[in-house]
Design a protein around this ligand. Structure first.
Ligand code: NAD
Length: 376
């Protein structure tokens, strides 16, 4: 068994690998569960990067994904889909996108005829993920959809079916699978470095002031903070323990019913895992929390802050986790491009998004049943 410290030192030394040296062909590090710490192998000579079209040019596409696509090795930004003509000129100029690769929601399906676009990345409000992922698959394109994968289990299943039928791959934007603190948490938990995990606590909340946005509409968002950021806490427990929860219990709370008319302001929930591990969680649009904490018989590990684009701070009972910054989204998209080229299933596949959506639906069922335990 590795000592966490040995591993930490190794990773600190290879921290640059995650951002750069891997480009020179550093060997992959294998994580528990068959995941790889680093698979950012260089683009084979003579191979072109895959073209990515971003669908929905909102906050995340503009401020995170498009800049990250300037750092990718295996893919590049070649197209955009937007319903806002005023955005087009700026995007074309900034990212050198030709007019023929610009689509709106009416012309979207014509993307099928565009060889510059291999991957369609859906960055729309949650309720629109299923429609555009399915249309992208039907156009023969590889698909990434942002989290939450969709707003219902049924839609997740429809997306998986459409991609299977079209013979394309499907991935969910779970960027933290490429973040080294989280990869270390997976290793510590799944390899039982401190013994089998007993308890996980994970919380993700932020104070939302933009209360008229789509995130406050049940129809557009599918729910409140739970689908938006609580899904990271579900993910955190699942990948730290390395198992699927079997039952959950939950409660929903509103202190401002004038604002939270359709969604819960705060949700608390617990999950039970088959081996006996338990996890406890909260998510809210009226608080600030950002934490993943694992407890085991011989030690503990914590990432706080945990779930953001950078600035993770990690600690175990043996000392600090000390990893270099990575651009999670660049690694995420390059890994998907590699999976396409090498015909592998993405570690953040549609099935992974579906599992979280089953938990989310069980949480709402439990709230509806007054907080009783319900099977996932
Ligand atoms: P946003 O509101 O900033 O952007 C949404 C985009 O969708 C806008 O460009 C808007 O014009 C467009 N749109 C098209 N049809 C629309 C409609 N009918 N109503 C509203 N908008 C419409 O949102 P965002 O923060 O960019 O989030 C987009 C998706 O990305 C969400 O699913 C969100 O969960 C996800 N996201 C993921 C991360 C992450 O870390 N992985 C971070 C932020 C957002």
């Amino acid at each position: 068994m590795h000592s966490p410290r040995t591993r930490r030192t190794f990773l600190r030394k290879t921290g640059a690998v995650l951002g750069g040296l891997a480009l020179s062909g550093a060997p992959a590090l294998t994580l528990a569960g068959g995941q790889n710490m680093q698979r950012r192998t260089p683009l084979p000579p003579g191979t072109d990067p895959l073209g990515v079209a971003l669908v929905g040019l909102g906050n995340y596409a503009t401020n995170q994904l498009a800049p990250a696509l300037q750092e990718t090795e295996r893919c590049r930004l070649t197209g955009i889909v937007t319903g806002t003509p005023a955005k087009v000129d700026k995007w074309m100029a900034e990212y050198d996108i030709p007019e023929k690769n610009v689509y709106n929601y009416e012309t979207f399906d014509q993307i099928a005829d565009n060889p510059d676009i291999d991957i369609v990345y859906v960055v729309l409000p949650n309720s629109m993920h299923a429609e555009y992922a399915i249309r992208a698959a039907e156009a023969g394109k590889q698909v990434i959809t942002e989290k939450p994968m969709a707003t219902s289990v049924r839609d997740c299943e429809r997306m998986i079916e459409a991609c299977d039928k079209a013979g394309v791959k499907l991935s969910v934007g779970y960027r933290l699978h490429f973040e080294p603190h989280h990869q270390e948490m997976m290793r510590l938990g799944q390899e039982q470095v401190f013994g089998p995990v007993t308890v996980v606590e994970a919380n993700f909340s932020f104070t939302s002031r933009n209360t008229d946005a789509w995130r406050f509409s049940k129809e557009m968002a599918g729910g409140g903070a739970l689908l938006d950021v609580g899904v990271y806490a579900i993910q955190g427990a699942r990948y730290t323990i390395g198992q699927e929860p079997v039952r959950v219990r939950a409660s929903g709370h509103n202190t401002r019913p004038d604002i939270f008319t359709e969604i819960y302001e705060t949700i608390l929930w617990d999950m039970e895992f088959p081996g006996g591990a338990v996890s406890t969680h909260s998510t809210s649009y009226s608080a600030n929390s950002n934490r993943l904490y694992m407890m085991a018989p011989r030690g503990w590990a914590r990432i706080e802050p945990s779930f953001m684009y950078d600035g993770q701070s990690g600690q175990t009972n043996e000392g600090p986790m000390d990893f270099a910054h990575v651009t999670q989204q660049a690694l995420q998209m390059d890994d998907f491009a590699r999976c396409i080229t090498e015909d592998e299933t993405s570690r953040i596949s549609g099935e992974e998004g579906l599992k979280d959506m089953k938990v989310i639906e069980a949480i709402y069922r439990s709230i509806d049943r007054g907080g009783r335990w319900v099977e996932v």
